[in-house]
Design a binder for this molecule. Sequence first.
Ligand code: ADP
Length: 280
Amino acid sequence: EASEKSFDKHKIMRDDVIVGQILGEGFFGEVHEGLYKSPTGERIRVAIKTCKDCSADVKEKFLSEAELMKNLDHPNIVRLIGVIEVDPVWIVMELYEHGELGNYLVEQQHILTNTTLLLYCLQICKALAYLEGLNMVHRDIAVRNVLVASPECVRLGDFGLSRYIDEQEYYKASISRLPIKWMAPESINFRRFTTASDVWMFGVCVWEIFSLAQQPFFWLENGQVINQLESGVRLPKPQFCPPKLYSLLTQCWAYEPNARPSFSQLVCSLSEIHRIEVEQ
Ligand code: ADP
């Protein structure tokens, strides 16, 4: 019954959606900006994901992301507004007009303070602690998958793609898209994805944030990364990264998955580091 309710809650009518200009190209098709009139008459700015070559099995994969997001409710996770399940299939999400965090870090680098960067890390960590509590694995944590809702608030997005597309296919479909440089050693070696491998990826995402969106290991080819990791090499401390934070990152990058901290532990440590930074 509970799932039926959430189904209804997310069922919306096409007539209530006005489609605007293209925001970007998604994995399945164009993403448009738009306006949604809710049943209470509220007008909400939205992002509309469309599905280009939507055969039955592609459609199922496309909708699996929305299916997963229906169960999520967190201030630092992209909010699903609704789904139109008849052709043409649309996924309608809340619009975050500042766009991807990766681009935002580059564009706003001159006004971003360490306190703000730490706030973003803490918010992403809280979103991941929430997923950890739901036993959900994200698998693609990177600044390209975080959206900026306001200068003080980021939201984790891009759910499910890698989780629902079975591993074989993920690998085949996107050898070049597989985010090797973000991945834990056991994910590269055995395609093993767990909350502990999410913790590793979160560490890389924090590195990206403090490097203002440089690509991790940009000095290596994908094929060289696993050798480096196995000989103990890790990403270096970004110039403005507080030493206490870098020490936390090195824990996230423990070779042994069990030796890495949990997200709930990371929330505590990051809150403390953020608090110290604010008080300075
Ligand atoms: P996919 O995960 O299917 O590849 P993306 O999520 O990468 O698609 O979306 C494609 C483009 O649309 C990206 O440039 C992204 O920044 C933009 N976009 C997606 N969702 C939103 C949103 N809710 N608010 C603002 N921009 C968005």
